[in-house]
Design a protein around this ligand. Structure first.
Ligand SMILES: [Zn+2]
Length: 383
């Protein structure tokens, strides 16, 4: 089941400047991991007993109870941030029950817990954000609000009204501020009158267009393999858990982050380029699991899934039409000239000649032509 993604939210990402008090953000996320694990344990117990999930409307009142009794140490965190953990858990259980193939929510290690949501109780200013935590006040013997400012690198302005913010921690240990707005403004590009069919590939090119153009992906992971091996080796020489070990681990995480950034940047540029040239872009629905079984690591290095999401967003933003042909539509075997199916075609045949009309085909270009044709044919299943 493909989830229709609505483009009614836009996220802007800012790096929070390093500061000793960022340790509070780390503590916040560590505690939220505990909250997550606590309620997941409750849900699992409930599920074993009743065969369904308890859901947020049972868990939230229970949280109120906990904050007064056994989990007083969570009370320094804003209530809506704690609630957001329960709501997220609720949604993951919903998905687990409703969507086949979705796994059940998992316990998380503290350092793997990545994000905290603030719906209210924050203040955004130019280059800084104020969060309200509670702190124990000795004289009054009660929790009192304690406002803290965190400064971030305000490299661009956000558009639209801010819906909520998120604090994120990545594997390197850098903190990020996500500002989520309701911006849906578009930058409409001039019409070109051109349509394109694009076939994803592993062998010859990342993307093959029906025009015969082949777009190669730089293999960022492959290029960094020597460096990765070096860092991995350095890590394995360190004593697990020692300061040097943590430092080596962060270095490794930093390299992975760098690779991911390079790839994403390239995806954005390619998507923009396609939007500039074509009014309608058609691709095939990806069968990522099948591709992974077939090709292994290279799939992750290319991350087609991420590219498709970026392309969808760009098409929305630039008012281009994006169509995906269902994965059961035959696009590889039929000849794009006469429609005759070449059943003898194997994966290693990059070029072939149609037995009926004798036209010579490049495998991927032929598929791209078929994709575009299917996308424009109302009788073909569209996604
Ligand atoms: Zn033919």
């Amino acid at each position: 089941m493909a989830k229709k993604r609505k483009h009614n939210r836009r996220t802007y990402k800012y790096q929070i400047r390093e500061h000793p008090q960022n340790i509070r953000l780390g503590n916040l996320l560590d505690d939220l991991a505990d909250v997550h694990n606590h309620f997941l344990r409750l849900e699992n117990r409930y599920y074993r007993r009743y065969g369904k999930y308890a859901g947020r409307y049972r868990l939230q009142p229970h949280l109120t109870h906990l904050l007064k009794r056994t989990k007083k140490h969570w009370a320094w965190i804003p209530r809506d941030t704690l609630d957001a953990v329960i709501i997220r858990l609720h949604i993951s259980f919903e998905r687990f029950f409703d969507i086949p193939g979705v796994g059940r929510p998992k316990y998380k290690k503290r350092e793997k817990y990545r994000s905290a949501k603030f719906q209210s109780g924050y203040l955004l200013e130019e280059g800084r954000v104020r969060l309200s935590f509670k702190a124990w006040d000795e004289p009054s013997e009660a929790l009192k609000f304690n406002k803290r400012w965190f400064s971030f690198h305000h490299h661009r302005d956000w558009k639209g009204n801010v819906r909520y913010i998120q604090i994120l921690r990545d594997a390197v240990g850098t903190f990020w501020l996500y500002v989520v707005t309701d911006d849906t403004s578009k930058e409409v590009l001039p019409a070109t009158g051109e349509s394109v069919g694009a076939d994803f590939g592993m062998k010859d090119a990342f993307l093959t267009l029906n025009t015969g153009e082949k777009i190669q992906s730089p293999q960022f992971l492959k290029h960094a393999l020597i460096e990765l091996r070096k860092l991995n080796k350095a890590l394995s020489r360190k004593v697990r858990g020692s300061n040097n070990w943590w430092r080596a681990l962060r270095q490794l995480a930093r390299l992975y982050r760098h690779i991911a950034n390079q790839r994403k940047d390239w995806h954005y540029k390619l998507a923009t380029d396609l939007c500039k040239r074509f009014d309608l872009i058609a691709t095939e629905t990806l069968n990522l699991d099948g591709m992974k079984r077939l090709w292994g690591r290279k799939v992750s290095d290319l991350s087609f899934g991420q590219f498709v999401e970026i392309l969808k967003f760009k098409c929305f933003k630039h008012k281009r039409e994006f169509r995906q042909v269902g994965q059961w539509t035959a696009t590889t075997k039929p000849c794009s000239d006469c429609g005759c199916r070449n059943e003898n075609l194997t994966l290693s045949d990059r070029q072939w000649t149609c037995p009926e009309c004798e036209s010579h085909h490049d495998r991927d270009v032929n598929a791209a032509i078929n994709i575009l044709r299917a996308a424009c044919d109302p009788s073909v299943e569209q996604q």
